[in-house]
Ligand binder design. Sequence first.
Ligand code: C2E
Ligand code: CA
Ligand code: CA
Ligand code: CA
Length: 278
Amino acid sequence: VKEQGKNNFQFYTPDMNEAVSQKIKLEMGLRKGLERGDFNVHYQPQVDVSFGRIIGVEALIRWNHPDLGNIPPSDFIPIAEETGLIVPIGEWVLYEACRQNKEWQQEGYAPLRVAVNISSRQFQHSNLVEVVQRTLTETGLDPQYLELELTESIIQDSKHAISTMQKLKDMGIHLSIDDFGTGYSSLSYLKLFPIDTLKIDQSFTKNIFSDTKDAALVHTIINMAHSLDLKVIAEGVETGEQLQFLQQTQCNEAQGYFFSRPISAEELSIVFKNELLL
Ligand code: C2E
Ligand code: CA
Ligand code: CA
Ligand code: CA
């Protein structure tokens, strides 16, 4: 695709035409999908590294299109962000994740934190704080069981970011920085932002064993986070060796295929039941 950044096409070709119409199709599909209820949420366990217990889950959206089947988030989240549809979609995910988490608590499972991804477009949207407040009230979820995953890109407007984050923190919600280490921002924001957790990007976790520099980076991020009183979660943990490294370097939490892929709420209920039986 001959595309240079956002809406900045170099020249027009039949190929281009197709890419644009594909995009328009997806955009219309997203609107319809929201109305029709094509979306659902899967949950991936987050595990305490020292005890191996599930302490939280990350909510990840899934789109089951009636004709096209399952469309991965990497194909539609960018379009949802561009068109602004990420705002209603994100609000829906937030509501559904809080509702589901409350339901699990009412069913008697040990309380967990649910982590919800907030795109920077959604974060910058003026009424995020109200939306979060309303969602917690409507679902009855205690704020301590909600975490919002933010990316470093929100730093672009750091004054607004700090005040929004502070309001969320004052409500009792946890905040984490997703994909930590992949942005190009300076580290000084870490002392300004009221955050709880750094989430080490899976590109670092992946190479802990093949690349000594990645191992050094992971170790350094963990030490730095701890000296700033932040917790660390590593994502993309696929092997026992990776987990062992994270235990040795005192990473707090881990998430990845080694424990579980993202699964439906029903499947996760079965996991919880089995844990209770242990
Ligand atoms: P992310 O927030 O970094 O989520 C982690 C992604 O890594 C998920 O992909 C997850 O399925 C995948 N993953 C988890 N463990 C492993 C592992 O051990 N190995 C590998 N290779 N991958 C693993 P997914 O669900 O396809 O989501 C992709 C991205 O789409 C997310 O990246 C996030 O940026 C975005 N996304 C997903 N759901 C939402 C949502 O509700 N709202 C927003 N704004 N973005 C979302
Ligand atoms: Ca995430
Ligand atoms: Ca991530
Ligand atoms: Ca990512």
